[in-house]
Design a protein. Sequence first.
Length: 558
Amino acid sequence: MAFDYIIVGAGSAGCVLANRLSEDPSVSVCLLDFGGSDNSLFIAMPTALSIPMNMDRFNWGFESLPEHGLKGRKLDCPRGKVLGGSSSINGMVYVRGHACDFEQWTEEGADGWGYADVLPYFRKAESWMKGEDAYRGGTGPLAVNNGNNMTMNPLYQAFIDAGKEAGYPTTEDYNGLQQEGFGPMHMTVDKGRRASASHAYLKPIKGRKNLTILTRCLAEKINFDGKRAVSVEISRNGNKETLEVAKEIILSAGSIGSPTLLQRSGIGPAEQLKEKGVTPFIDLPGVGANLQDHLEVYFQYRCTQNISLNDKLGLISKGLIGARWLLFKNGLGATNHFESCAFIRSHAGLKWPNIQYHFLPAAMRYDGRTAFDGHGFQVHVGPNKPTSRGHVMISSKEASAKPEIIFNYLTNEEDVKDWRQVVRLSREIINQPAFDAYRGEEIQPGTNISSDDEIDTWVRDNVESAYHPSCTCKIGAKTDPLAVLDSECRVYGTQGLRVVDSSIFPTITNGNLNAPTIMVAEKAADLIKGVPNLAPSNAPFWLDPEWQNRQRPKAPVR
């Protein structure tokens, strides 16, 4: 089979590209993925988010090697193995990142990827529940809303009020003018159901005659004629096949899948490829390097009033929630329950926030297990701008072999210091008067954890990945030894080969990664088609005018 474009990976980026490239009926597009259909109630129902993430059917089930900075612990690294990729198993949180993240990208050599350049593509992708403005889109494929608008539980507002009392600003729209502060959180939910990239971009156009979607296909390697990528070798139903391409191959297999496919194809650090039995084709040391991720902990308290979601975990309650969702697509089944949040700076001298909070009016884990009997609440919190760097490398030339993943979490002293601030600032926020009517015992870390050494030990024992691996095929200047791509996402040293997914980020953004990954694909689609980029935005962004001298505008109430 031969196509004009072959897209490897039907995740957050691949679904966008399949939609945008196949808009031209004169070109043929093939989208291939190892996963299968996303037609599942567990995927569609927002409140069921922990279920598909823990199913082998939908999750590649990667994990890290023993992490030295975490006392040798291995951390899970779930990646979507289904149409929609990780957007079909994630927490549906919609965070674009701070404007300064994209200014940082340009400083790292990603010309044309500054905030003014990317904002029009965020707007193009989005259909925001409150309508279009200078920052938000109103007619895009991706539905974004506020869930139940915090009306179903007073704990959501208590968290925002506590932030104000602690001296922090509030923000009505952290994806708009001002990220920094406390406010409502946004989610990719469309009329009560998960708005994955497959739901938003693929489902409406599956009938296009020039689009071929192949599932259960494992991409093994890319073949070249000289420097030009000409075909993809796949295995499907136990058979080896070759898909030929006339124009371009685009890798959208994610920050684990894209670099490892390049490595199996001979593109990567030459000496390491030889050790894995692969003949080097192009020596690019940055392929698989620069790996970044976010870590988080659950900061948990007992709730003195019987208002948390902990009593909604029984079979009867789950049945009622599910029935309402099936009939009306609303209620507790139609939300991810992260309906208030915050972005703050850990200390004066930081230009933009580096700590993120997701507030949850329950005390439980991502897998749905409760933390204790009774009622509780928690914040998922962690630093968003880590300085530690890891890598991903194939373990052999066989495509079925799981890769070697090492994040090197907490191996840089700056990251360790950030976590001390996370614990102390979080405790201060929850101890504001707004929580007096609800706050019980601090379950974890526990008030006995207070010194630097105690905090360091607790964090190393309890921290978990926020599931945001990124930056392993970074855009950068040709003189950058770790750059893999030019500013148009083309792999250095090749022709007809690009990477478009979260692996292209030079540095990780300040928040969850689904939104910026979709933006990247929207922008890259125009680059691939050779049409002019959308006109840069002139919308300003907010910074604390005294960020150099203060950590927050006001002193806390107590």
